[in-house]
Design a protein around this ligand. Sequence first.
Ligand code: SF4
Length: 331
Amino acid sequence: MHASAAERLLHHYRSTARTLPWRAPPGAPRTDPYRVWLSEVMLQQTTVATVTPRFLRFVERWPTIEALAEASDEEILAEWAGLGYYARARNLIACARAVAERGSFPTSEAELRQLPGLGPYTAAAIAAIGFGKDSVPVDTNVERVVARVFALSSKQQVPVAAKGWWPKGQSGDFAQALMDLGATICRPKAPRCNDCPLQADCRAAALNTPEVFPARVAKKERPHRFGLAWWSRRGDAVWLVRRPPRGLLGGMAALPGPEWTAERHAANPLAVARHGFTHFTLDLLLIARSEPVGEGWWQPIPELAEAGLPTLYRRAVEAGLAAEQEPRLAA
Ligand code: SF4
């Protein structure tokens, strides 16, 4: 691979870089590592369009990692509501407190890896983008571009090829240039090779088969699980509880109910809310109860947004409210 290909990509990036609230423009002083870290945690499994307004709210409310570390779990989890993958939020809280306690983020990739929730990619991204280290963060966009440029059929081959190609001293900009290229030009389907600064050096483009790289792994079908949720109303309020701190949706506001199982319950539900988790699909059956169950609180319906319900339970409450309206509508 020609070094000039990397130069051409960086040149292209300088004039086309996406404007993102967690990013410094090319050539500007580096971004605060707090913003790099926060954005990278939010962007895991979530799109830029969804993350952007949520990121802005977070940094307005907690402008520094110290401020975030002082916030309560409930405040942070409520602010996170709707972003999904709540284990990330719990790791975010643990990481903020660990960094605040030690005084600042460590600067090396190896030390960053020791922080709660920081995997190899996030640690490399903070080291490269936040601290200017020669680290090589490989996310799905970078992986796709590198696999195509080198015509690598296996994703396992990508990190070595990427390391060999990565220019020293410009790691952060190069990573962001590849991320942008993957998001805008070297897209999973119908890559715009004619607009790509890497076209002259790209083996997949030369083979005229860019879309076959990297080879896709067949997805397993997601298993189905079922749960019950107790639906208790009083006036204009619904009974909510807080889930146990550990496990899926740990610490989040929720409707009360027993553990989810693989068997569908023989119940006649008021409504059913379906939600796709990473490893399974859940059908949550709402069962009306005259008395509230468990330790919780009456949440006024007009103030539901403040409860910080995760998407599953927000959908369930919406389904319950809609179901309550049905007999009246039919009447
Ligand atoms: S030439 Fe095409 S396949 Fe190759 S990196 Fe550019 S957009 Fe991707």
